[in-house]
Design a binder for this molecule. Structure first.
Ligand code: SD4
Length: 327
């Protein structure tokens, strides 16, 4: 059975995969087709606000603002474009693509990334929605101790920021984690990481996320970091990761998976390598890795989740279709 071309992505973001799959199948050759597929697929998720963890209107930081992280990696040239802490621009993965195609750089951050996006023709608009504002208001109401800002601010629900340890960073981190665990356990989906491979084993990987709820402004997660959120190398294959970004980025699990396949490990064994490495140090971490070799064999591994769904399209699926699978 032919395994290529293929599109695979994290969580049950089926419409994003189906969209990318249509693009990949329609285009006849040319190096850019896998890039178009992953960028348009992740962009679809940004527009749909997949699980509210991708795109605008999710994961407000402790000042109530949504900021976006995204990356695109080209496995044929090893070029990467990424943005982190992108403010007021909805099209994070397309801005990442612009960084890849129009600069010598790998990553742009914050306001300066927004300025670059404006120069590239992307428009600035608020990323806050009534829903994200409510999430933030509820969090501040529950978590913010009376402090200086409360005493001088007319709104009693004024935010916890500017950042000060309340009650202590560790306590707060644990509380947030408990909440995140509940949410992930209940809803079971998160940041998008997507890989597309054409029939000649040209590979692109991309990610897009609005990061972690109630983060300190300036926090960057794993998703835009090459080797952490995603990695691609035409010679070997690709991997994407999702989960507890602050922890995962310390281990570059996507790079570990690709390097494991380079040394001859199967995708299943490779996907486990990063997870096991993290587990040596963090018993309570939560995350998942998808690994795909250059021929289209794939596998996923996860930890701290009841199950990890992912979506695959390839000629090997019945009727050449998009399928939801899980580990
Ligand atoms: C982050 N890794 O910013 C993202 C969140 C995520 O699956 O992937 N969740 O930490």
């Amino acid at each position: 059975v032919e395994l290529l071309p293929m599109v695979i992505n994290t969580w049950n973001f089926t419409p994003a995969n189906a969209f990318a799959w249509r693009i990949l199948k329609q285009s006849k050759g040319g190096l850019r087709q896998t890039r178009n597929a992953v960028v348009e697929g992740c962009s679809k998720c940004e527009k749909l606000q997949c699980d509210r963890t991708v795109g605008y209107g999710g994961s407000p930081d402790e000042m109530g603002e949504t900021t976006l992280d995204a990356m695109v990696m080209d496995g044929s040239t090893m070029d990467v474009g990424a943005v982190a802490g992108l403010r007021r621009i909805k099209d994070a993965v397309k801005v990442a693509r612009s960084v890849l195609e129009h600069t010598q750089h790998t990553m742009l951050v914050g306001d300066a990334a927004s300025n670059f996006a404006n120069a590239m023709g992307f428009k600035s608009e608020s990323l806050t929605t009534p829903e994200s504002k409510d999430i933030w208001l509820q969090w501040t109401a529950e978590n913010c101790q009376p402090n200086f800002w409360r005493s001088v601010h007319p709104d009693p629900r004024v935010s916890c920021g500017p950042y000060s340890p309340q009650p202590s960073p560790l306590t707060r981190w644990k509380e947030d984690r408990a909440r995140t665990e509940y949410e992930i356990g209940r809803k079971n989906h998160d940041t998008i990481g997507m890989i597309a491979i054409d029939v000649e084993s040209n590979i692109h990987a991309a990610t897009s996320t609005n990061g972690a709820r109630h983060k300190i402004p300036g926090r960057v997660g794993d998703s835009p970091i090459p080797g952490a959120g995603a990695y691609a190398d035409n010679e070997v294959g690709a991997a994407v990761a999702t989960g507890d970004g602050d922890i995962m980025m310390r281990f570059l699990p996507s790079l570990l998976a690709v390097e494991a396949m380079r040394q001859g490990k199967s995708p299943a064994a490779a996907a486990e390598v990063g997870i096991r490495r993290i587990l040596k140090h963090y018993k309570e971490f939560m995350g998942a890795v998808i690994a795909v070799d250059r021929l289209g064999n794939y596998a996923a591994a996860c930890y701290g989740l009841k199950e990890f769904p992912f979506v695959v399209s390839s000629p090997a699926k019945p009727d050449n279709q998009t399928r939801l699978e899980k580990v």
